[in-house]
Design a protein around this ligand. Structure first.
Ligand code: ADP
Ligand code: MG
Length: 638
C-alpha cells in the first residue's frame, strides 16, 4: 500500500503531487464520472467514447458481469438478470418491495440475507452489489484517464436519501474499492457546477427530472456558504413515465388494443424514447414502429402531439415545486436562478412549464445530464486538497425531524427537519422515577407528535446512573449528523461521567414516497396530534403528582394523617388513576386539581415538620440559607 502524503496546513501539494479525485453521479438511469482537467471540469469517457454509463448490470450464467450499454443488450433476451434502476432499492428492506416498479420487473431472493436481492443467473445480488459493479466500472474509466493516483471520489445522492440509503451508497463504494471523500446532494452539486456559490448570494431552485425520479430543492447561497433550505419530489415520476405515455399514444394511433408481449413492450418503449428524444430537437419525427410479428405502424408525430401526451405528467411536477417554496418560506420573486438537471429537462415542454411556473428563464447552458457529475468533480478537487484557499462549505438538510421518545409516548424533536448538516444539538433529560439508575433512549424520526406515528431508528440504554429522586439526575443527549447525513446519538450523565452512544444505521430506510407521506400525514393530523400531545402531557403530569403523593404517604403518611384523612386522599388518588386511564382531558384535570387540593393539608404539615426539624437549635439566618439551598433544583429532593 502506498504511503499517504501529508502537506503542511494551508499549502498546496506541489504540481507533480497533484491528487486526482473524481466526482461521480450514480444515477438511477445513467451514471457518470468527471474530473478537473487543467481547471476545467470534464466528463470522462470509456474506450468507446461514451461519457454516460447506463446504470444497468447484467449477470451471466458463467459469472460474467457486464455493465452499461453492453448490459442493455441483454434486456430483451435475459431480462431477469439484467438489472436496472437498482438505486431504488438502496438501503431498503423486503417490506419496501411490494407494489414497486422493481417488484413488477424482477424476481427477488428474500432469504439470502437481511437485504432483498435480485435473483440472477449468478445468484442473489443486492442493490449494493449492483451499485458496486457500476462504481467499479466508473473507477476503471477514471483510473485510465487521470495521471496520478486516484485519491477518492465525491459521490452524489438524492437530497432525500436517508441514513440507510447513504450508508448503502458508501458500502457499495467500499465494495468497489473506491474511497469516498464525501457524499453530497445532487442539487447541491448542480448549483456548484453553475458556480452559483462564487461571490453570489440569493436563493436558487434546482429542478431535477431524471429517468424515474423527480427532485426539487431550494438552496441558499451566501458568499462561501451553501445551504439546502428545503427539498421535495416524487420518486415515481420521470422520463420513463413519458415513454409509457407515448406508447399509449402510439397504440391509439395504430388502433392497437391488444396486450404487448414483454419483448414487444420493450421495443415499443425504445421507439417511444427515440420519438421523445428526437422531438426535443425537432418539431416532428417520422416513426416506423414494429409492433409485433407482422404488425407495423408508420406515421409522423409532432411535438404538439407529444406535449399533449405528457402534459399532465409535467404538471404533476409542479405540486412539489409549490410545496418546496412554502417549506423554504420564499416567494417566487426571491429566486435568483432555476437550474435544470436531468435528461428529461431537455424536453421543451418541461422547460416552458417550469419557466412559466417560476416566472423566469431557466438555466440549461450546462448539459443537464452532466451537471451533477461536474459539480461533484469540482467538490472532489477541493476535498482532495488541490485548492487550499477554497473554503467552500457544503451544507445540506435532513429530510425528517430527529428526536427522542419521552414519557407518555411523545416524540421530542431534537433536530427539526430541514436543519442544515453537519449539525450537533444537545438537550438535557432527566429521570422520571425515584432511584432510577437507567435511561432507555429511543431515537425516532418523523414529524408527528406521538412516537407511535413516527419511525423508530434505534434504541439504547444509559446505565449506572446515581440513584436519586426523580428529576435530580441530568442526562445530556447529543444528536450529531455528519456531513454525509449519518446520525450519532450519545447520552452523558455528567456526575458519574457515564456515557452511552449509538451510530444509527437502520437496517432499512424510507423511500422518498414514504417521507412525503409522513410529511403529508403530519400536516393532515396537526390539530389532532396537538390535542393528543396535550392529553399525553396531562397524563404524564398527573402520574407525576400520583407518584409524588404516593411516595410521601409511604414515608410519613401515618404520622401526619388521621385514618379518615388518609382514606380521603387514597380515594382522590384512585379517582385520578382512573381518569388517567381514559382520554377525557377535562376529567383528568379536575381529578388532579381535587387531589392537589385534598392533599394540601398533608403537604403543609410535612413542610412545617421539616422546617421545625431544621430550626431545632439553629439561628434563623442559617435556616433561611438552608431553605434557599434546598430550593435549588439539583438538591431539592436529595
Ligand atoms: P437519472 O438521473 O435518473 O439517472 P438522467 O438524468 O440520465 O436520469 O435522465 C434520464 C432520462 O432522460 C431518460 O428518461 C431519458 O429518456 C431522458 N432523456 C435523455 N435525453 C433526452 C432528450 N434529448 N430528450 C428528452 N429526454 C431525454
Ligand atoms: Mg440524475
Amino acid at each position: 500500500m502506498a504511503l499517504l502524503q501529508i502537506s503542511e496546513p494551508g499549502q498546496a501539494p506541489a504540481p507533480h503531487q497533484r491528487r486526482d479525485a473524481v466526482g461521480i453521479d450514480l444515477g438511477t438511469t445513467n451514471s457518470l464520472v468527471a474530473t478537473l482537467r487543467s481547471g476545467t471540469p470534464t466528463v470522462l469517457v470509456n474506450e468507446a467514447g461514451e461519457g454516460s454509463l447506463p446504470s444497468v448490470v447484467h449477470y451471466g450464467e458463467d459469472d460474467s458481469i457486464t455493465v452499461g450499454h453492453a448490459a442493455q443488450e441483454y434486456a430483451v433476451t435475459d431480462p431477469m438478470s439484467t438489472i436496472r434502476s437498482a438505486k431504488r432499492l438502496m438501503g431498503k428492506g423486503a417490506d419496501d418491495l411490494p407494489g414497486t416498479w422493481l417488484s413488477d420487473h424482477y424476481n427477488f431472493d428474500l432469504t439470502s440475507g437481511p437485504m432483498p436481492a435480485f435473483a440472477t443467473n449468478a445468484g442473489p445480488k443486492t442493490a449494493i452489489d449492483v451499485s458496486a459493479a457500476l462504481l467499479k466500472e466508473l473507477k476503471a474509466i477514471a483510473e485510465k484517464s487521470v495521471s496520478g493516483e486516484l485519491v477518492g471520489a465525491v459521490i452524489t445522492v438524492p437530497a432525500y436519501f436517508d441514513d440507510a440509503q447513504r450508508q448503502a451508497t458508501k458500502d457499495a463504494a467500499s465494495l468497489a474499492g473506491l474511497s469516498v471523500l464525501r457524499l453530497i446532494n445532487e442539487p447541491t452539486a448542480a448549483a456548484l457546477a453553475y458556480g452559483l456559490d462564487a461571490n453570489d448570494s440569493g436563493t436558487v431552485v434546482v429542478y431535477d427530472l431524471g429517468g424515474g425520479t423527480f427532485d426539487i430543492s431550494v438552496l441558499k447561497m451566501q458568499r462561501g456558504l451553501f445551504e439546502v433550505l428545503a427539498t421535495a419530489g416524487n420518486t415515481a415520476l420521470g422520463g420513463d413515465d413519458f415513454d409509457e405515455a407515448i406508447v399509449s399514444m402510439l397504440c391509439e394511433l395504430a388502433s392497437f388494443s391488444g396486450e404487448l408481449s414483454s419483448g414487444a413492450q420493450r421495443r415499443a418503449l425504445q421507439t417511444a424514447r427515440q420519438v421523445k428524444e428526437t422531438l426535443s430537437e425537432q418539431e416532428s419525427v417520422s416513426v416506423d414502429w414494429h409492433i409485433e410479428a407482422e404488425t407495423h405502424w408508420s406515421g409522423t408525430i409532432t411535438r404538439e402531439q407529444l406535449n399533449n401526451a405528457i402534459s399532465a405528467l409535467v404538471d404533476q411536477t409542479l405540486t412539489p415545486c409549490r410545496r418546496v417554496l412554502r417549506d423554504a418560506d420564499i416567494e417566487k420573486s426571491d429566486i435568483r436562478a432555476v437550474v435544470m438537471v436531468g435528461g428529461s429537462t431537455r424536453v421543451p415542454l418541461v422547460r416552458d412549464r417550469v419557466s412559466e411556473f417560476f416566472e423566469q428563464p431557466v438555466l440549461t447552458s450546462i448539459n443537464p445530464d452532466e451537471v451533477v457529475a461536474i459539480g461533484a468533480a469540482i467538490q472532489a478537487d477541493v476535498l482532495a486538497g488541490n485548492k487550499p484557499d477554497n473554503d467552500l462549505l457544503l451544507l445540506d438538510v435532513i429530510p425528517l425531524s430527529l428526536g427522542l421518545e419521552t414519557m407518555g409516548g411523545l416524540a421530542e424533536k431534537i433536530i427539526p427537519r430541514n436543519t442544515t448538516i453537519p449539525i450537533a444539538r444537545a438537550q438535557e433529560f432527566t429521570t422520571y422515577k425515584d432511584s432510577q439508575t437507567a435511561l432507555a433512549l429511543h431515537v425516532v424520526q418523523g414529524e408527528r407528535e406521538l412516537v407511535a406515528d413516527c419511525r423508530s431508528l434505534a434504541r439504547f440504554e444509559l446505565t449506572g446512573l446515581p440513584p436519586r429522586v426523580a428529576g435530580a439526575v441530568r442526562v445530556q443527549v447529543l444528536f450529531q449528523v455528519d456531513a454525509d447525513g449519518l446520525l450519532t446519538v450519545s447520552a452523558l450523565e455528567k456526575d458519574s461521567g457515564n456515557l452511552a452512544s449509538i451510530d444509527v444505521k437502520p437496517s432499512y430506510g424510507l423511500s422518498d414516497g414514504e417521507i412525503e407521506s409522513m410529511l403529508q400525514a403530519s400536516m393532515d393530523n396537526a390539530a389532532g396530534d396537538m390535542q393528543q400531545r396535550l392529553l399525553q402531557e396531562q397524563k404524564v403530569d398527573a402520574q407525576r403528582v400520583i407518584e409524588a403523593i404516593d411516595s410521601a404517604l409511604r414515608a410519613d403518611g401515618d404520622i401526619h394523617l388521621s385514618s379518615e384523612e388518609r382514606a380521603a386522599i387514597d380515594e382522590l388518588i384512585d379517582n385520578l388513576k382512573n381518569s388517567v386511564k381514559g382520554d377525557d382531558s377535562a376529567a383528568i384535570k379536575l381529578a388532579q386539581e381535587s387531589l392537589e387540593k385534598g392533599s394540601s393539608n398533608f403537604v403543609e404539615r410535612r413542610m412545617n415538620a421539616s422546617v421545625k426539624h431544621l430550626m431545632a437549635g439553629q439561628h434563623v439566618d442559617a435556616v433561611a440559607a438552608q431553605l434557599e439551598e434546598s430550593e435549588k433544583p439539583q438538591d431539592a429532593n436529595d
